[in-house]
Design a binder for this molecule. Structure first.
Ligand code: HEC
Length: 478
C-alpha cells in the first residue's frame, strides 16, 4: 500500500510538469505560473502579458521560436543580445515549465489571429510581391527546378510532387522508394542531374532503414537516382549507400542535402545521427559531406580515397547536421548551412579534406545548458564563414541567379525554421559582408529555390506552403 501511494505521488509529481493531463493540476500549475510571471517577468513583458517594453506574449508572434521547447530554452538561457535575462539560476525547470504553461494557456485563450501571409515585403532593394503557389503540403522539404515552368517538391512523409505551370499536380509521382518516415527522417532532398535535359536523372536523398519492425531499426541516409516517366519513378539506381554495420538506431540528424559542382560530382550531407563523436571518425558515414560520381562510383581524387579504413566517399568531416547545400554560380564554391545545438548554427565553405570541428570546437551549447566544448577554435579545424548564436535553426540555402532581382544576384539566401526567416546574405571574396531578413514570422522556412527566371520560391514547413517572390519594383533611395 505504501508502495502504491509512493508510486501515485511520484506519478502526480510527473503530471505537474506534463501539460493538459488533469484540469485540476493544470489549473494549479497555471496559478503557480502566473505568480512566477508577475514576480519575474511582468516588469518587462507587462502585467497582463502585454503592454511592457519587451515583446507581447499574446500576439501570436514568437521571434525566437514558438514551440514549448523554444520558450523553455529562451527563458532558461535568455537571449542576451536582445536583453532577455536568463533564469537558469533563478527558476527551477518545473517553475519554468509552469510559467510557459501559463503563457501558452493565456495565448490560447486570447486566440490571436494567425498573422496572415504577407502579400508584400518591403526589403532594402525591392518591393516584393508574394503569391502562394502551393498549399496543403505535409512537411514539404525541398524544391528544385527542372525548367522555368516545372519543379519537383518533396514531402518528408515520402511523396515526390510535381509543380507545373504554377499548379501542384494532385497525385504524387508513383513508385518512389519507400522511406523510413519517422522523427526527422523521411524523404529529404531532390536534385536534378546537371545534364538532365539529355539523361533525365533525378536524385533523391532519404532515410533508409534495415528490414524489421518499428522505429528502433538501424537507419542511415541513402541516395538513389531514377527517371520520371508517365508520372512514375523508374530505372532506379543506388548512388550512395553506407555499409549496413554503420547504420544507427536514431530518428534524427540525417542531413540531407544534395548539390553538384561544376565538374558534375555529387555532394551529399549526412548529419551526425545523434552520435557526435562519429563526426570525427573516418570509418563512419555520419557527420560528413560525401562526394561521389553521378553513377555512384568514387572519384579518384577524393581526399580520403587512399586513407586506411576511411570511407572513400568522405569529402569533409566534423559536420553536425548540414541542412543546406548550394554551389556558387560564379566561383563554383560549395556552401553549406549546418545546425548547431543551441547556438552555433553555421555557414561553411566546403573544401576537400577539411575538418569543420564538430564536436571538438563549436559556438553551441547543449540543450542541458552545458557548453558542448570549451573550445571555439583549434589549429587544424576550420572556422565557419558565419555563425548564429542563439541558433536560428538554419535550413535550406540557395544562390539567387538571373536578372529578375538584379541586386540580389549571387547572394546566398538562407532559411530558418525556429526563427521563421528568409535571410539574404551578401558574400564578397568568401566573406559575409551584409545580411538582411527578407521574410519573418510567416512560418517555419524549410527551403528556398532560385527559379531559372530569377524569381524566388520559399518552402514553408507548416502549414505546408510554397510562396513565390516576384519583383514589385525597386525601392527608390533618397
Ligand atoms: C529585463 C527585462 C526582461 C525580463 C525581466 C524578462 N524578459 Fe523576456 N524578453 C525581454 C526582451 C528584451 C526580449 C526580446 C524581445 C525582442 O527582442 O523583441 C525577451 C524575450 C522573451 C521571449 C521570447 C519572445 C519571442 O518573441 O520569441 C520569451 C518567451 C520571454 N522573453 C519570456 C520571459 C519570461 C517568462 C520572463 C520571466 C521569467 C521574462 N521573459 C523576463 C526582456 C525581459
Amino acid at each position: 500500500m505504501m508502495r502504491l501511494r509512493q508510486t501515485l505521488a511520484s506519478l502526480a509529481a510527473l503530471l505537474l510538469i506534463t501539460p493538459g493531463l488533469s484540469p485540476a493540476l493544470a489549473q494549479g500549475n497555471a496559478e503557480a505560473g502566473k505568480t512566477i510571471y508577475n514576480q519575474h517577468c511582468a516588469s518587462c513583458h507587462g502585467k497582463g502579458l502585454v503592454g511592457g517594453n519587451a515583446q507581447s506574449m499574446l500576439d501570436g508572434v514568437w521571434q525566437f521560436g514558438a514551440g514549448r521547447g523554444d520558450l523553455v530554452r529562451n527563458i532558461k538561457f535568455g537571449i542576451a543580445a536582445n536583453g532577455m535575462p536568463d533564469y537558469k539560476d533563478t527558476l527551477s525547470n518545473r517553475q519554468i515549465n509552469q510559467v510557459v504553461g501559463y503563457i501558452l494557456a493565456a495565448e490560447k485563450q486570447a486566440a490571436p489571429p494567425k498573422p496572415p501571409l504577407p502579400k508584400k515585403l518591403l526589403t532594402r532593394d525591392y518591393d516584393v510581391d508574394v503569391t502562394v503557389v502551393a498549399e496543403g503540403l505535409e512537411v514539404p522539404w525541398a524544391l528544385t527546378f527542372i525548367d522555368n515552368d516545372t519543379a519537383l517538391l518533396t514531402e518528408r512523409a515520402g511523396r515526390l510532387r510535381l509543380l507545373k505551370d504554377g499548379e501542384l499536380h494532385p497525385d504524387a509521382i508513383a513508385d518512389t522508394p519507400a522511406v523510413f518516415a519517422a522523427g526527422q527522417g523521411g524523404l529529404m532532398d531532390v536534385a536534378i542531374d546537371p545534364d538532365y535535359a539529355d539523361n533525365g536523372w533525378v536524385y533523391l536523398a532519404y532515410s533508409h532503414a534495415l528490414p524489421g519492425e518499428g522505429n528502433n531499426r538501424p537507419a542511415m541516409t541513402r541516395v538513389v537516382r531514377g527517371q520520371i516517366k508517365d508520372h512514375a519513378w523508374t530505372d532506379e539506381q543506388v548512388v550512395f549507400e553506407a555499409p549496413h554495420d554503420t547504420y544507427i538506431s536514431s530518428l534524427y540528424h540525417y542531413g540531407s542535402r544534395l548539390a553538384f559542382d561544376p565538374e558534375g560530382h555529387l555532394y551529399i550531407t549526412i548529419g551526425d545521427r545523434g552520435k557526435q563523436d562519429d563526426a570525427q571518425d573516418l570509418t563512419k558515414p555520419n557527420g560528413k559531406t560525401h562526394r561521389v560520381n553521378r553513377d555512384g562510383t568514387i572519384p579518384k581524387d577524393n581526399p580520403f580515397a587512399d586513407h586506411d579504413n576511411a570511407l572513400p566517399s568522405i569529402y569533409t568531416l566534423g559536420n553536425r547536421n548540414a541542412q543546406g547545400l548550394a554551389t556558387h554560380p560564379k566561383t563554383g564554391g560549395l556552401w553549406s548551412s549546418e545546425h548547431g545545438p543551441m547556438g552555433g548554427d553555421e555557414i561553411n565553405l566546403i573544401k576537400p579534406g577539411v575538418n569543420y570541428g564538430w564536436p571538438v570546437i563549436t559556438y553551441g551549447i547543449n540543450y542541458n545548458g552545458k557548453p558542448v566544448s570549451d573550445l571555439q577554435a583549434k589549429e587544424g579545424l576550420a572556422q565557419p564563414m558565419h555563425y548564429w548564436t542563439p541558433s536560428i535553426a538554419v535550413c535550406g540555402i540557395d544562390f539567387v541567379q538571373g536578372d529578375h532581382f538584379p541586386r540580389w544576384q549571387n547572394n546566398l539566401f538562407v532559411t530558418a525554421l525556429s526563427h521563421q526567416e528568409l535571410r539574404r546574405m551578401n558574400i564578397q571574396d568568401g566573406r559575409v559582408i551584409y545580411q538582411e531578413v527578407i521574410l519573418k514570422n510567416a512560418g517555419r522556412v524549410r527551403d528556398i529555390a532560385s527559379a531559372p527566371d530569377g524569381t524566388v520560391y520559399v518552402v514553408l514547413n507548416q502549414p505546408g506552403t510554397v510562396l513565390k517572390l516576384t519583383n514589385g519594383g525597386p525601392v527608390l533611395r533618397q
